[in-house]
Design a binder for this molecule. Structure first.
Ligand SMILES: [Fe+2]
Ligand SMILES: [Fe+2]
Length: 352
């Protein structure tokens, strides 16, 4: 076996150290010849200890390429995260808090969950509160889809429902007397107008009169309370979708999605930041967008009883909570869906 290394060396010498010629004469590839010469030079298996030095020709181009690659690697290895100076960003003049309160459903409100939300709101001192709708339940005779099996729902009256919503508004205004409050109607408030229009046989003047007497604004004294009211059939803020408002860089609406992933669906529908109610389950979804950066949709759940009569034996996946936004005056905001678990909120107590 050792002979092949000796032979390679001999032929290589004979060919004037020309590897191409030597490889040709031996009938082997040049790389094989190089390997044999290397082995012979190291004296591994060659009997003849002839020192062979294969000169590594200085290849400036190659060296430059290596240097360039090492420099590129150095850049690539740099940490992507920009480390700040360790100091928290300072509060700016004009920073404020905004709270969105989802479905309370009048007399079907969950008192313990509402109490927990209001306790937080009292300490958070929000400058803006958005009521996301379905704050009057409008069950009983107003719920025209009810069938005979729902007798228990008809035990409560519209008067009791309105009284419960007024008590809710009283408690919100008491907890945050400084807040500008926006009341967005939900599909349940809409039942009043639908009933009026049906009962007046679609006579517009009579419908308008009954609406003035029994509509949401009248029953809840929204004008007197200084609460801004947004009706289901009206468009606001130059938007194409009715009963939707824009505050800062976020839309607020009652919502219409109740499927498995309502936030993802709402984000797709709006293509922008949106906070909504209606589905009663807590959910959120965010995505990067080409123009507006990261956008998201949030629904904080509800503040009503979690297993209503009309759900029969079907268990709900509803959850209690409210939505909080920590806002900059330029419209930027940090969204937080605050869950209320078993009638308790951990946000404010643990931040204190
Ligand atoms: Fe709703
Ligand atoms: Fe609702």
């Amino acid at each position: 076996m050792a002979d092949i290394f000796a032979q390679a060396l001999e032929v290589w010498e004979k060919c004037g150290r020309n590897q191409c010629k030597a490889a040709k004469e031996l009938g082997i590839p040049r790389a094989t010849l190089q390997g044999r010469l290397r082995s012979a030079n190291l004296g591994l298996k060659c009997e003849r200890d002839v020192p062979v030095v294969i000169k590594a020709e200085a290849d400036e181009t190659l060296q430059k390429r290596i240097n360039d690659l090492e420099a590129a690697l150095e850049v690539a290895r740099r940490p992507r995260t920009r480390h700040g100076d360790g100091k928290a960003p300072k509060r700016q003049k004009g920073d404020f808090k905004r709270v969105a309160i989802p479905d309370t459903h009048g007399q079907h409100v969950d008192q313990q969950a509402l109490k927990a939300a209001l306790a937080d709101i009292k300490e958070l001192k929000p400058a803006e509160i958005v009521l996301l709708g379905d704050h009057i339940d409008c069950g009983g005779f107003l719920a025209q889809h009810h069938v005979m099996g729902y007798v228990a729902e008809t035990r409560t009256s519209f008067e009791e429902d309105i009284a419960a919503t007024n008590a809710f508004l009283d408690s919100v205004q008491e907890a945050a007397p400084q807040a500008a409050i926006h009341y967005i109607e939900g599909n349940h408030e809409r039942r009043i107008e639908r009933w009026i229009v049906t009962q007046t046989l679609r006579h517009p003047a009579d419908s308008a009169m009954f609406k003035r007497w029994f509509g949401v604004e009248a029953c809840l004294s929204l004008k007197k309370r200084g609460i801004r009211h947004y009706e289901q059939g009206q468009a606001y803020c130059d938007l194409r979708v009715p009963c939707t408002i824009k505050l800062g860089k976020c839309y607020f609406t009652h919502g219409h999605r109740t499927g498995k992933h309502p936030a993802a669906q709402m984000l797709k529908d709006f293509g922008s930041n949106v906070v909504f109610g209606h589905c009663h389950a807590r959910d959120s979804h965010d995505e990067p967008s080409v123009e507006a950066g990261d956008i998201g949709a949030w629904t904080p759940g509800c503040l009503c009883q979690k297993q209503p009569m009309w759900m029969h034996t079907s268990p709900t996946r509803w959850g209690h909570g409210y939505h909080l936004q920590l806002c900059r005056s330029n419209g930027d905001f940090l969204p937080v869906n605050v869950p209320i678990i078993d009638g308790r909120s951990f946000l404010v107590p643990l931040l204190r």
